[in-house]
Ligand binder design. Structure first.
Ligand SMILES: Nc1ncnc2c1ncn2[C@@H]1O[C@H](COP(=O)(O)OP(=O)(O)OP(=O)(O)O)[C@@H](O)[C@H]1O
Ligand SMILES: [Mg+2]
Length: 276
């Protein structure tokens, strides 16, 4: 097994004791099982910006906080310094989102540390103590699909209450652990209040989960949790314990069907992860 260069500093400073095996390699990162703090963990090793795909587009990063105006100007100009700043901001975005969401009660892997372009986090396991499968690797009875859908919708609600939209939520980025679904893969998480595309991206996120689980439980396909959530959020009426119905009476505003279609096409262009 070839150990990626980025893991060497962590091995040298003892944060990681052993690299056990690769788990997955996606477009954005390579994921390894490692031993850290004496137990099995996941090391997510980010790839260089050049190898990444749609998720770093401006419509995702709009409204993100940066440390100072020099940084922002440099990032907008695209200078070398700016690119380095953008790269650092991208990589820390996931660990920042994980801490924020865990505090908001969202079920995400517990982060251990972020260092040298590597995120160390809890290894999620299934009931057989194997790495947890993705939703797309599983089959569901209609009842299981209904329950998992309700759970993931509530997670999206908690995220929105914490001011974030996942931005790449789908059956590929939800793992089915022994304790139930867990949301992963957050470097592109979107600032719900500061990003003009937040509503469209939330609808796409919700649509992806509903479309997948709706194959096992067709009545789900009629639900409109995304619109309902966003409507309540805009009126500052969405709270962690708000009971959603999945029904939406619509509004005077025309649905942004084109925008959602554009987002779906952009996501489809992004190749899907391959298991080793
Ligand atoms: N904490 C974890 N526990 C178990 N498996 C994990 C964990 N984090 C990631 N994985 C596995 O690694 C895969 C890739 O992780 P993730 O989706 O975060 O990376 P990515 O490269 O950004 O994604 P993509 O492949 O969608 O571009 C996941 O689909 C999952 O199978
Ligand atoms: Mg992923």
């Amino acid at each position: 097994m070839k150990i990626p260069e980025r893991l060497y500093p962590l091995l040298e400073n003892g944060l990681v004791q052993e690299v056990v095996r690769p788990l997955m390699s996606g477009k954005e990162a390579a994921v390894y099982i490692v031993i850290a703090e004496g137990r099995y963990c996941v090391a997510k090793v980010y790839k260089e910006a050049i190898h990444r795909s749609f998720r770093q587009r401006a419509d995702y990063t709009e409204g993100r906080m940066v440390r100072n105006s020099r940084q922002r100007r440099a990032m907008e100009k695209g200078s070398k310094y700016g690119r380095e700043q953008a790269e650092a901001a991208w990589q820390t975005a996931e660990v920042d989102a994980l801490y924020k969401l865990a505090a908001a009660g969202v079920r995400v892997p517990k982060p251990l540390v972020f260092s040298e372009g590597v995120l160390l986090m809890e290894l999620l396991l299934d009931a057989e103590d194997q790495p947890a499968p993705r939703l797309c690797d599983c089959a569901f009875t209609p009842e299981q699909a209904w329950n998992s859908h309700g759970f993931v919708m509530h997670q999206a609600q908690l995220m929105l209450c914490a001011g974030l939209v996942h931005g790449d939520l789908s059956e590929y980025n939800v793992l089915l652990s022994a304790q139930g679904p867990v949301i992963i893969d957050l470097p592109q998480a979107i600032d719900a209040a500061g990003n003009r595309n937040a509503r469209t991206i939330l609808l796409r996120d919700v649509g992806a989960i509903t479309g997948f689980l709706g194959r096992f439980c067709p009545p789900l396909l009629e639900s409109r949790f995304g619109e309902e959530m966003w409507g309540l959020y805009e009126r500052a009426e969405l709270h962690p314990d708000t009971q959603l119905t999945g029904r939406w009476r619509g509004s005077s505003r025309k649905a942004d069907v084109r925008g959602v279609q554009r987002e779906i096409q952009a996501a489809a262009r992004d190749a899907r992860p391959r298991r080793h």
